[in-house]
Write a protein of this length. Structure first.
Length: 68
């Protein structure tokens, strides 16, 4: 029964994505700029965090994989 339920959900999801309607939504240029800021901010925050903890990360992997 559980397998049938999952199969039914998968089929309904597939049908939902195949038969879509136009939404006629307006996305102004500010929306694209905002999305770009979110993506760049996330990348910079990730790189800064890696830079901040790089020595600890490097020491951890050296301890695990390099035999003394």
């Amino acid at each position: 029964m559980r397998c049938l339920n999952n199969l039914l959900k998968a089929i309904l999801l597939l049908v939902m994505f195949l038969y879509t309607y136009d939404s006629y939504a307006y996305l102004d240029p500010g929306t694209g700029s905002y999305l770009l800021q979110i993506i760049l901010g996330t990348l910079f925050a990730t790189f800064f965090t890696l830079k901040l903890y790089w020595r600890k990360i490097k020491a951890y992997f050296q301890e695990k994989f390099i035999k003394k």
